[in-house]
Ligand binder design. Structure first.
Ligand code: UD1
Ligand code: CA
Length: 448
């Protein structure tokens, strides 16, 4: 049978105190609801449909194209699901219902729950957890061990409030039976809302098979309602990611102070020091060393690379590159094998062939630099005339003297040399020396 998911994400999330819709706040680098969609992809889901209301445009902008239905007014969780009735009218598989604000749920848990639902031929299966402090949650009410209903905190009697098994807010339902039961719910309760949870007692009364599936790790259903919980969820996801990386062979000196987003991949024996932030689609190879206060975003690093206290954005680094401290690669920097970029060097949209060295205080933008060329301290490619950007092409084995200003567009032939302090505005042929500076004056005994 088929399985589709419905994700509740119409609510305001008032306690977040934010202009941004709750479900697109990020946990360890991914919008919460995206994290849930990713976990759902791990199980055999045909389609995930969002139920949106509050600031839906903003959510759609973040997620891109995704099936959704709109709940104009938030009249309760049952009312929210009813909004998908029309869309699913010809569907007779199962639906899994989840909330957009529980980013710690694991795909494998959802899978186990669904398998339980199938093998036991349930009409509805509710994910539950045992909580020492169940306050605020719907309680799972059982009679002689048989699940008979869910009672919300507000309607619970003293006796029911003592129940520690709570509704986690995730359900597997036979779609046809779900909408049949939802036709019968009302809003005669303390909150005046249409409760999804009321389907249980309706189905039990009709002798349909409902059951609960208890979570092994109750932490998984942590709901994010505030920025405190947002930080907690991020921390837990980070711990999971770090543990996974270490199990795969990565060395983290101090995992508690290492910030690696979910999407990042790292090879074996690479060492990551505290204070490192690795983000987005960053891929790091084997046996690298990433040291102190380095931030790497959407970049690819091959093997045996050493980076210290630097920032790398959307760039590619080949084997044995060394970089830093205090260097910055801006988008589209490509450093080939054994390139060295040192203190206070910035590279943007430039390719540095293997063996290029730029050790100190340099800006290289819109440039190509040939093999084994040495860039002296203080060199700048003057690539911008205030209106347009121009290229600088430097050949192989060139020696660019310290503080050379390369006024683009300009070509520097292989094996050539520029004198320190020169402002180079004309092309330099191969093997030539280019010097551009006024003669030094000496006035003897001038101080006297
Ligand atoms: C719900 C359950 C409760 C369970 C708890 C688990 C009901 C009646 N109660 O309670 O048994 O223990 O979740 O976290 O379902 N939403 C909409 N539209 C609405 C109302 C809510 O999209 O009209 C969304 C919210 O944005 C939220 C989710 O549904 O993501 C849950 O709603 P909420 O009001 O927080 O339900 P709880 O009171 O927490
Ligand atoms: Ca809630």
């Amino acid at each position: 049978m088929e399985l589709k998911a419905l994700i509740l994400a119409a609510g305001k999330g008032t306690r977040m105190k934010s202009e941004k819709p709750k479900v697109i706040h990020e946990v360890n680098g991914i919008p919460m609801v995206k994290k849930i969609l990713n976990e759902l992809k791990k199980i055999d889901i045909k389609e995930s449909i969002l139920i949106l209301g509050h600031k839906k445009e903003e959510i759609l902008k973040t997620l891109g194209e995704i099936p959704y239905v709109v709940q104009e007014e938030q009249l309760g969780t049952g009312h929210a699901i009813i909004q998908a009735k029309e869309l699913l009218k010809d569907y007779d598989g199962d639906v899994m219902i989840l909330c957009g604000d529980t980013p710690l749920l694991k795909g494998e848990t959802l899978k186990k729950m669904y398998e339980y639902h199938k093998t036991n031929n349930c009409i509805t299966t509710v994910l539950t957890a045992i909580y020492e402090n169940p306050f605020g949650y719907g309680r799972i009410v059982k009679e002689n061990g048989k699940f008979i209903g869910i009672v919300e905190e507000k309607e619970a009697t003293e006796e029911i409030r003592k129940i520690k098994e709570v509704n986690a807010g995730v359900y597997c339902c036979n779609s046809k039976e779900l909408f049949k039961a939802l036709d019968k719910i009302d809003n005669n309760n303390e909150k005046g809302e249409y409760y999804l949870t009321d389907i249980i007692k309706i189905q039990v009364n009709e002798n349909k098979k409902v059951d609960s599936f208890v979570l092994e790790d109750s932490q998984e259903i942590l709901g994010v309602n505030s920025k405190v919980e947002l930080a907690l969820a991020s921390k837990i996801l980070r711990e999971r990611k770090n543990k996974e990386l270490m199990e795969e062979g990565v060395i983290l000196i101090d995992p508690d102070n290492t910030y690696i987003e979910e999407t990042v991949k790292i090879g074996i024996d690479t060492i990551v020091y505290p204070g490192v932030v690795l983000q987005g689609n960053t891929i790091i190879g084997e046996n690298c060393e990433i040291i102190g206060n380095t931030r790497i975003i959407d970049s690819t690093l091959k093997n045996n690379i050493r980076i210290e206290s630097s920032v790398i954005e959307e760039s590619i680094l080949e084997d044995k590159v060394t970089m830093g401290p205090f260097a910055h690669l801006r988008p589209k920097a490509h450093l080939k094998e054994k390139v060295h970029i040192g203190n206070f060097v910035e590279v943007k949209k430039s390719t540095l062939e293997s063996g290029v060295k730029a050790g100190h205080l340099t800006y290289l933008g819109n440039a190509t630099i040939g093999k084994d060329t040495n860039i002296g301290a203080g060199t700048i490619t003057c690539n911008y005339d205030g209106v347009n950007k121009f290229n600088t092409n430097i050949g192989e084995k060139v020696f660019i003297g310290s503080s050379t200003m390369l006024v683009a567009p300009v070509n520097i032939g292989s094996n050539s040399v520029t004198g320190a302090g020169s402002v180079i505005t004309k092309d330099v042929p191969e093997d030539a020396l280019a010097v551009e500076r006024s003669k030094q004056l000496i006035k003897l005994k001038w101080r006297k």
